[in-house]
Design a binder for this molecule. Structure first.
Ligand code: SAH
Length: 354
């Protein structure tokens, strides 16, 4: 039995499945799912993320969150939380960079949410000195001020795709043709969740919605509103999705998303506008959507890169390359965006504007 066999059996039984159901099965199936069976990060894996490129990323995120904590009167207990912490590298760098902030570590309870048992095992090792706690759902976060980061987490949540057809939509579905999986389209139907997209799309346009992102964002925003805190959501995407951004990555190359179920990373660009609407509905303020390069420059990445290069001449080229990769508009600097959440009574996190 393989994941392909399982998917084909499911399609035979229930008919074609949504892209969201396909993504869930491929990423999270307990036996054959991508995240269940491997550590996908790094040179040996399928993709590399900002914290895996350089320690500078996590250090600056750590100082940004610590400054927000100071600005909000140093709450004596708070949750320092991460969604989808991968190998724990980002949280490790956050904790190292904030060692010198008086009282920050004593007040912090490190809380992690991750669906991958393989990566959780790596996080246990990386963060063993900091007694992290894992939660299975967002509602299990402690009822405390919440300082949270999510880097490349929302892009892994399942999306549905819809093709505009007159005043309605046809859902993109996945069926089987012999041994291969193929895309098709469902019947035309109205979609309440897409009513507002009738204004900025035309016949034949494809839009995406990520339903699971909203309850997660709402819960984070609700806690920040009632208890204080801040959240940094970093991902590739834009204000509104337009077009097909469903993609597979395998060994650092893009692949056909239907060709290797369970063996390739599947993601979609994050549509930030619905996240900001959910934040506002929960009474939480949000910052402008800011390119990652601009955010990191404002936090002082160039000064930090200089210091690292001066401290270790041999690392100079690597540090310069990492700085470029994280900030340059032709690399990750523009494709990746940062959205900050904060209480409407507080200042926005450093590096971001209201
Ligand atoms: N933030 C890390 C890892 C990004 S990869 C970094 O920047 O390096 C995506 C992470 O999200 C992985 O840790 C994966 O296990 C986790 N993840 C993916 N889908 C998830 C879901 N539905 N619920 C919880 N965690 C999920």
């Amino acid at each position: 039995m393989s994941l392909l066999d399982h998917l084909q059996a499911r399609i035979r039984l229930d008919g074609p499945m949504s892209v969201a159901d396909y993504m869930s099965e491929c990423l999270l199936h307990p036996e054959f799912g991508y995240y269940a069976t491997r550590d996908p990060l790094g040179v040996q894996g399928d993709f590399i993320t900002a914290p895996e490129i350089s320690q500078m990323f996590g250090e600056l995120i750590g100082l940004c969150l610590a400054q927000s904590w100071l600005d909000q009167g140093r709450p004596s207990q708070f949750a320092l939380a991460e969604l989808g912490p991968g190998r724990g590298t980002l949280m490790g760098d956050i904790l190292r960079a904030t060692r010198g902030v008086p009282g920050f570590h004593d007040a912090a309870q490190v809380v992690l949410l991750d669906a991958s048992p393989t990566l959780r095992a790596v996080q246990v090792e990386t963060l063993r000195d900091h007694a992290p706690r894992w939660v299975d759902t967002i509602t299990d976060l402690p009822d405390l001020p919440l300082f949270l980061v999510a880097n490349e987490f929302f892009d892994a949540l399942p999306i549905r795709q819809f093709l505009r057809d007159g005043d309605g939509w046809r859902e993109r579905l996945i069926g089987a043709d012999g041994d291969t999986l193929t895309f098709g389209l469902g019947a035309q139907a109205p979609q309440v969740a897409l009513t507002h997209r009738l204004e900025d799309t035309q016949d034949g346009d494809l839009v995406e919605i990520c339903a699971p992102a909203l309850p997660i964002l709402t819960e984070v925003a609700r806690r920040i509103t009632s208890n204080g805190g801040a959240a940094l959501i970093i991902d590739y995407g834009d204000w509104h999705s337009l077009g097909d951004t469903f993609q597979a990555l395998r060994a650092h190359e893009t692949a056909d998303p239907l060709a290797h179920p369970g063996q390739a990373d599947l993601t979609a660009h994050v549509d930030f506008e619905p996240l900001t609407r959910a934040a506002k509905a929960a009474g939480c303020a949000h910052t402008r959507l800011t390119p990652q390069g601009v955010f990191l420059e404002r936090l002082g990445i160039t000064t930090r890169a200089q210091a690292l290069a001066d401290a270790d001449g041999k690392a100079r080229d690597t540090v310069i390359a990492a700085h470029r990769r994280l900030t340059h508009p032709d690399e990750m600097g523009n494709l990746f965006k940062v959205l900050g959440l904060y209480p409407s009574t507080a200042a926005p996190p450093p590096g971001l504007e209201p």
